[in-house]
Design a protein around this ligand. Structure first.
Ligand code: ZN
Length: 362
């Protein structure tokens, strides 16, 4: 049994430690070491005991955390899927169950919930000094230039999948403007975390006039990046920018009151992507006029989770392109670096954080 240092939590009880746990991995076809692992709200939710759906693999009282990662291949038994030792790879988080969607590579659309997620539900995650995996779940990173920002592949694949759903939803009417583009169409992203930034960049790629909003101001570093990307920030508690309405609303907050506020300003044939989750957000009132508003304007509400292999591939392509376009600005999304031993990052969040990562070389 391989004893390796891992960042673990006795899910779903909550808590976090950096310690050795025994997980057999030596006979797996590919052996990996993490380069960077990202921290997100899900990891913090598991650590503070708020995510009751998190659980340990059978026979374990600890769950190795970590689902956002970029890893180095230590060894590969065969060269299946072109994976060779020395490669940088991103492992997929979700692993298929037995339903038809899972059986055809779309566990992101699992129809019975019988799937597993690394570092979250019944499968050890990637915050381990060394671990094993199967080549079919590894996405090869073709350029060393995205060694750092490659850790954003996993959060970005969610964005890629959501936009795939948006493409389907927007086909029901003419969604472009009088120039056949989206330059006169307005997208609003609610929230200013890393996932919101990635959604805003994608909106800009599509050509939307893109605004990002929160209920507090953002710091200089964030403002500089938003300027470079052509994204406008406003504080919705102080300013209103919805006189022209919204054609695409993307929520990363999970707050019903905020979502409803922007829903009420959504244009005809508009799309609303719900991505953020917050089980502790307060309830809000929705009345008959809201239902009438949604119906009369053909508003499409989209819930979207996770992404498939194809979305990881698109995320890697976008990161390479954005890296060329934005350079150090893109790298500035990674605001904090921690050593694996320093687990304080799971219980504290710096207000200036966009993305915190664990640097496994520290
Ligand atoms: Zn399934």
């Amino acid at each position: 049994m391989g004893k390796v240092n891992s960042i673990t939590s006795p899910a779903p009880k909550g808590g976090v430690s950096y310690k050795q746990i025994s997980i057999e991995y030596e006979n797996m076809p590919v052996i990996l070491k993490p380069v960077y692992t990202g921290i997100c709200g899900t990891d913090r939710g598991i650590v503070n005991g708020a995510l009751q759906f998190a659980y340990c693999p059978p026979g374990y009282s600890d769950l190795a955390l970590g689902h956002e990662s970029i890893c180095k291949v230590v060894s590969a038994k065969s060269n299946e899927f072109g994976i060779r030792s020395g490669d940088l790879v991103v492992p997929q988080v979700r692993r298929p169950g037995k339903c038809l969607n899972c059986a055809t590579g779309r566990s992101d659309n699992c129809s019975d919930g019988d799937k597993h997620e690394a570092g979250i539900t019944g499968m050890h995650g990637f915050m381990r000094e060394e671990f094993g995996d199967y080549p079919e779940y590894l996405l090869k990173v073709s350029s060393d230039s995205i060694r750092e920002v490659g850790v954003l592949t996993e959060p970005l694949k969610n964005v890629e999948k959501a936009f795939e759903v948006y493409e389907v939803a927007s086909r029901r009417s003419i969604s472009t403007d009088r120039f056949g583009s989206l330059s006169e169409k307005r997208a609003i992203v609610i929230g200013t975390g890393s996932e919101a930034f990635l959604y805003a960049l994608k909106c800009r790629d599509y050509g939307f006039q893109t605004l990002i909003t929160n209920r507090h101001p953002v710091d200089d570093l964030k403002m500089k990046f938003l300027d470079a990307a052509g994204v406008e920030f406003f504080d919705y508690t102080k300013e209103h920018r919805d006189s022209k309405g919204w054609d695409l609303v993307i929520d990363t907050s999970g707050d019903p009151g905020t979502i409803l506020r922007f829903l009420r300003k959504t244009n005809n044939n508009g799309n609303i992507i719900l991505f953020g989750t917050n089980g502790k957000a307060p309830a809000t009132g929705i009345d008959g006029q809201d239902i009438d508003y949604i119906i009369e304007r053909n508003i499409f509400l989209i819930g979207s989770v996770d992404g498939a292999r194809v979305h990881y591939e698109r995320a890697l392509q976008d990161l390479e392109r954005w890296n060329a376009q934005y350079g150090d600005r893109l790298k500035s999304l990674i605001t904090h670096r921690f050593s694996p031993q320093d687990t304080s990052v799971f219980t504290k969040k710096d207000p200036l954080e966009i993305k915190s990562v664990i640097d496994w070389s520290m």
